[in-house]
Design a protein around this ligand. Structure first.
Ligand SMILES: [Zn+2]
Length: 466
């Protein structure tokens, strides 16, 4: 009897271990999404509902939560290459490195482990497919700027599904030499290239492997910001849906899918809080697709959400004991679009735009004066920038990592942060903790404090990758 009980115990143990195995893995990375990017979004949604407090995002409601440190091997503050490499391979490296260690030796990513273990693999992003975060999962290059070489590595990795904005250097090597275009090579390597979701749907049946990018004419650097989106634009949600569709066709071995919300970082480099909040909500829309999948396969699915680093040093509160996040709802477009609108105004009025013209534009785009009262100091600041850049024609563009912004747009976003009562410490990344959220098979491993390098190791363990 004792022996029988022992055997029964072993069988139950084996069964429960089996039930815990994550056959389907979703790994979401919000680039630049620190704790406060999430908190700001949830408190903004709370204010939108007329109350103080948070309105939870789907991913931030997951039962397991932790936090991770993000420093790199060489810097207290990581870049997206070392951060991506840590999340992909479980090893720290120098800033700028893609999938290689400090001695430039090739590291193995959790996506490569998944592939080796017979899973289907997808790597997707809202920025270009050859950008640092997605590249860290399939490429091995000493410098993140080697876009052409990274795209070659994408084909060599042979994963099943790639998606994103496009390719930054489809026909030019990192030292500027003309090279054979990546596009015919994609097809020669056995991939089907789809431009947009309609083409994806038309081509999926005949495709064995897939590269999904935006329609011809779109900016290959990224999908448009969620706040700027127009009908017909490719979205991260559609990419996630297409990836699940593709990776589950006649497949019973499971998949590993990485989805990057890449432009939270870009908006935060610009200190553009309304655009960042919309990007976080947009990442949540993609997570909801995964969560629907999880609800159909709860015992076999693991969803992990984290960030490679925080960007901007976003702080909630700048004086007094209140926030006014709902001010952000008055901003119609990203600061990049506002910058373009200001440049257009300059041209349309043949360099003779009046202060009233500028005021009309800012109230239309940002709700200033009409919806949001502007203080005397704020008006003076905006007006001084107007005098300098419109009257004296000294246009000194404000440069951040991913954008050149009209001085008036830069001043307007500063005013918007003041109105919302949020602050920024940096135009770059910071060393703040990033959040980790998880649900499903093996998710218990993601609670508490960890280092970013622990995350892929715990994913590989939960999924049983070799
Ligand atoms: Zn960045």
């Amino acid at each position: 009897m004792k022996r029988f009980t022992y055997l029964l115990f072993l069988v139950l143990l084996a069964l429960s271990a089996h039930a815990q195995r994550a056959k389907y893995v979703f790994f979401f990375i919000g680039d630049g999404m620190g704790l406060n990017q999430v908190n700001t979004t949830e408190m903004y949604l709370g204010e939108q509902n007329g109350r103080i407090g948070t309105q939870p995002l789907t991913f931030a409601s997951f039962p397991v939560a932790g936090m991770a440190t993000t420093y790199s091997a060489t810097n207290s503050i990581t870049d997206s290459a070392a951060g991506g490499t840590a999340l992909a391979t479980g090893s720290k490296t120098y800033n700028g490195a893609i999938g290689v260690d400090p001695d430039k030796q090739t590291l193995t990513s959790v996506a490569e482990q998944a592939k080796r273990s017979g899973r289907k693999v997808g790597v997707t992003t809202s920025v270009s497919i050859d950008h640092a975060t997605p590249a860290s999962f399939y490429a091995h290059q000493p410098d993140r700027g080697m876009y052409y070489e990274i795209a070659q590595d994408m084909l060599a990795a042979g994963f099943d599904f790639y998606a994103g904005g496009g390719f930054l250097k489809p026909d030019r090597t990192h030292d500027g030499r003309q090279a054979p275009s990546i596009f015919p090579q994609i097809e020669q390597a056995g991939y089907t290239l789809a431009r947009g979701v309609d083409e994806y749907q038309a081509k999926r049946d005949a495709a064995s492997k897939m590269v999904l990018i935006q329609k011809e004419g779109a900016d290959p650097a990224s999908l448009p910001y969620a706040i700027d989106r127009r009908p017909g634009d490719l979205t991260l949600k559609q990419i996630t849906e297409s990836a699940i569709d593709f990776l589950t066709r006649d497949n019973n071995k499971g998949f590993f899918l990485m989805v990057e919300g890449g432009k939270i970082d870009w908006a935060c480099h610009n200190n553009d809080v309304a655009t960042a909040v919309n990007e976080v909500m947009d990442l949540d829309e993609a997570v909801k697709v995964a969560y629907d999948f999880y609800q159909k396969h709860p015992k076999e699915t693991l969803i992990v959400i984290t960030a490679d680093h925080e960007t901007g040093g976003l702080g909630l509160g700048r004086s007094g004991y209140t926030l006014a996040l709902k001010s952000l709802a008055n901003q119609d477009n990203s600061q990049e679009m506002l910058s373009r609108a200001i440049t257009d105004l300059r041209k349309d009025k043949a360099h003779k735009a009046t202060w009233d013209d500028v005021k009309a534009l800012l109230s239309r785009e940002m709700g200033f004066w009409t919806e949001l009262p502007i203080s005397w100091e704020q008006e003076k600041m905006l007006r001084d920038v107007y005098e300098e850049s419109f009257v004296h024609n000294h246009v000194k563009f404000a440069e951040s990592m991913y954008a050149k912004t009209e001085p008036l747009a830069a001043a307007a976003r500063q005013v918007m942060s003041q109105l919302a009562l949020v602050g920024w410490t940096s135009g770059d990344h910071t060393a703040e903790y990033v959040p980790v959220f998880a649900i499903g098979a093996g998710s218990q491993a993601f609670s508490g404090k960890m280092d970013n390098t622990d995350i892929p190791k715990r994913i590989a363990k939960a999924a049983g990758y070799k």
